[in-house]
Design a protein around this ligand. Structure first.
Ligand code: 5GP
Length: 233
């Protein structure tokens, strides 16, 4: 049963930041962490599996879930609904699990407003230059698409200071280790009730600016860094 150490963890980061890989490695190394599977009304893409990539449902089914207050949050993109089913998340929290929601910044805002206890983590690419290289190396994006994704990435990075933890994905193993350290610490904090809340800045934390964070072996940045002053908003 519960030891009170279950919590909701939002994981955001621009396309190309390596989010999927980091989450995959966290799940492989910690059996108390799970990831929420979203529900959508859009059709599965080739290779997507129901119950793995998404729960694929009809519009009527989704609307009835909304009506019955069964969604933690939901949004409409184009003609389709996307959202997080409430029941599995509630069950996992009760079981003491860390529940990752892989969600973009607007979804994060909604959850934060509704559930102030949520912890939030932002995965930062090492630099915009590296991000651009990664997007190009995928080879599947047109020049316009790459530019558009970089613009979205810049505006998302501009919101990073709203997150509790910012992890710089310089080296995959370090990013995974830092994320796990944060998860373990928060779990311990919740278990030891009455403990003072604390922020974990990572063992290689230094005061950094957005301009030089790649050069300084940055791994975890403090919250409240004002990126807007650095031309990224
Ligand atoms: P796609 O159709 O490419 O899989 O996703 C389209 C958009 O829906 C992406 O921006 C993705 O982050 C968002 N999305 C996926 N699942 C959820 C969810 O559960 N809630 C919200 N608010 N957005 C989601």
């Amino acid at each position: 049963m519960t030891d009170g150490s279950g919590f909701l963890l939002i994981f955001s980061g621009p396309s190309g930041s390596g989010k999927d890989t980091v989450i995959h490695d966290i799940l492989a190394r910690d059996d108390k962490t799970v990831v929420s599977i979203s529900m959508t009304t859009r059709a599965p893409r080739v290779g997507e599996v129901d119950g793995v990539d998404y729960y694929f449902v009809t519009k009527d089914e989704f609307e009835s879930h909304i009506k019955n207050d069964e969604m933690l949050e939901w949004a409409q993109y184009g003609d389709n609904y996307y959202g997080t089913p409430k029941a599995p998340v509630a069950k996992w929290i009760e079981e003491g699990k860390t529940v990752i929601l892989e969600i973009e910044v607007q979804g994060a805002d909604k959850i934060r407003a509704k559930y102030p206890d949520v912890r939030t983590m932002f995965l930062m690419p090492p630099s915009l230059h590296v991000l651009e290289t990664r997007l190009r190396d995928r080879g599947t994006n047109s020049e316009d698409d790459i530019k558009a994704r970089l613009d979205v990435a810049k505006s998302e990075i501009g919101r990073a200071s709203d997150y509790d933890y910012i992890i710089v994905n310089n080296r995959l193993e370090d990013a995974v280790e830092d994320a796990l350290e944060i998860i373990f610490r928060h779990r311990r904090h919740l278990r030891e009730s009455g403990a003072q809340d604390e922020f974990y800045y990572g063992h290689q934390y230094k005061e950094l600016t957005i301009d030089d964070y790649i050069d300084k072996d940055a791994r975890v940045l403090p919250p409240n860094e004002d990126f807007s002053e650095r031309g990224l908003k």
